[in-house]
Design a protein around this ligand. Structure first.
Ligand code: GUN
Length: 290
């Protein structure tokens, strides 16, 4: 069994990005610039946005944080998005989700210029991904594919079972895994799937992305499978400074001995998601400064 070290892989990719930023600056281009829009004070969102800003600093990007209280109107947010779309000094931006109930997330996503949509959530980017055109791919699927490539995991003709059909993970990942560069045979399982245990046991590559801690047990995993755990549920903990710790969708202790490869939580998919946003921002910067 080999542990897939997302933390070390992300660190290596960050070093590659930092090197490219140095070259860009030497060639007279400006540093890639990412902005994050954060509404309200949700603990998870605060943490994720703080990481995004820190990641930018580490690789030499410029970053901006635009904050609103959770009573901001949809109209005010749309106006800010128009300004960010028109800002020539900005390569990409994200609006951290979830948003308060009085704001339509879909309306906000669709207001973002697809060329600055480094989250890859805009229907134009999703559609381009589906038909294999260059696009911004959402960070978690992008990071998972990068991990699979960097670990030389065999995918061609393999049965890949993704558990979860969210717009930002399961569904786009199913598209990427079936594309010609990867060639897996993909099943998307979800809450209405019958015989889920049997479906999962048929997987050569099992990718749970349902956000249900330790849902996947050893009786759901084939001997020798590759298991990529997307779950990162924050659970209360007395053992950490923050009072929280992350739990995956996989019962790691029980499942790991059966696997050929497995990602840990934390230190697997999470760091790759973070670095993928940087890769998308770098790509946006290259395109906008051509
Ligand atoms: N909320 C949870 N994950 C994400 C993400 O990748 N991007 C944004 N904008 N919000 C999120």
């Amino acid at each position: 069994m080999q542990i897939i070290d997302g933390k070390a892989t992300a660190k290596a990719i960050k070093a590659e990005i930092a090197q490219e930023v140095t070259q860009m600056v030497q060639q007279g281009f400006r540093r890639p610039h990412l902005a994050a829009v954060l509404v309200g004070h949700d603990g998870g969102s605060e943490t994720y946005v703080a990481y995004k800003i820190k990641d930018c600093e580490e690789v030499g990007f410029t970053s901006s944080l635009v904050r609103y209280e959770d009573n901001v109107t949809e109209e005010a947010l749309l106006k800010k998005i128009s300004e960010l779309n028109a800002d020539n000094g900005l390569d990409g931006f994200i609006v951290q989700l979830p948003l308060p109930d009085h704001i339509s997330e879909q309306k906000i996503i669709e207001a973002i210029d697809p060329s600055k949509d480094v989250d890859g959530f805009h229907p134009v980017n999703v559609g381009k991904t589906v038909i294999g055109l260059p696009s911004f791919v959402s960070a978690t699927p992008y990071g998972i594919v990068e991990l699979i490539k960097r670990y030389n995991i065999e995918t061609s003709g393999k049965n890949c079972v993704i558990v979860g059909r969210s717009n930002i993970v399961g569904r786009p990942l199913s598209i990427l895994m079936s594309q010609k560069a990867i060639n897996a045979t993909v099943t998307v399982a979800h809450s209405r799937t019958k015989n889920l245990k049997e479906v999962c046991r048929n997987a050569d590559i099992l990718i749970p992305a349902l956000g249900s801690p330790e849902f996947i047990n050893e009786d759901m995993v084939k001997e020798g499978a590759v298991v990529i755990d997307v779950g990162t549920t924050r659970v209360k903990s007395d053992e950490t400074k923050s009072g929280f710790r992350l739990k995956g969708d996989v019962n790691y202790e029980k499942v790991a001995p059966k696997c050929s490869f497995i990602t840990p939580v934390p230190g697997g998919v999470g760091p790759m998601t973070r670095v993928s946003l940087l890769l998308n921002t770098l790509k946006a910067a290259r395109l906008s400064q051509k």
